[in-house]
Design a protein around this ligand. Structure first.
Ligand code: IMP
Ligand code: MG
Length: 182
């Protein structure tokens, strides 16, 4: 079990900044899908906190489902090879699917997910992500709704983990000197 080093974290996006932006995204999505079917597909586990907040700002009827993926290789380096650990419970054929992602880094995870979901013939497929590490992109993925564009820094909190911890922080933080030691 890793130790809890909350004192070695620096707040990058406050709870208020995140809540304001998530409310804006929810309002926009509600307008864009007004009168239409909407099905949110969240990618476990990082996206659960974002999904839980976002869906409460979506004022139109919608359903949700989950998928879990894992990339082979080291924890923070993407290899481009993605594996499905948990598939969707429900079919998406003919539905307006909106993928909910916490963060887009190299883009490999979303690119893969997008391709396999498109094969299932949804009526439409869009993507919403809270954080976009644009400069890290190795494969181009069309993202329809973006919360914040961030530089190439490792972040934790608001669903994002380091060694499975810190997902519960209501803000997003950057590790300071000493965070990764011992
Ligand atoms: P991609 O396939 O490289 O775009 O990787 C996306 C996934 O990597 C995200 O869904 C996260 O689980 C993880 N990830 C990327 N950057 C970070 C970060 O800064 N903190 C925590 N997890 C991250
Ligand atoms: Mg992760």
């Amino acid at each position: 079990m890793s130790t809890w080093k909350i004192d070695k974290l620096e707040v990058y996006l406050t709870k208020e900044q995140i809540q304001k932006r998530v409310a804006e995204l929810g309002a926009r999505i509600s307008r864009d899908y007004e009168g239409q079917d909407l099905h949110l597909v969240a990618v476990l586990k990082g996206s659960v906190v974002f999904l839980a907040d976002l869906m409460r700002h979506i004022t139109i009827p919608h359903s949700i489902d989950f998928m879990a993926t894992s990339s082979y290789g080291a924890a923070t380096e993407s290899t481009g090879i993605v594996r499905i650990l948990k598939d969707l419970d429900m079919p998406i054929i003919g539905r307006n699917v909106l993928i909910v992602e916490d963060i887009v880094d190299t883009g490999y995870t979303l690119d893969y997910l997008r391709r396999i979901l498109l094969e299932r013939e949804p009526a439409s497929l869009r993507i919403v992500c809270l954080l976009d590490k644009r400069e890290r992109r190795e494969v181009e993925v069309p993202i329809d709704y973006i919360g914040f564009e961030i530089p190439n820094v490792f972040v934790v909190g608001y669903g994002l983990d380091y060694a499975e911890l810190y997902r519960n922080l209501p803000y997003i933080a950057i590790p300071k000197e000493g965070f990764l030691e011992d």
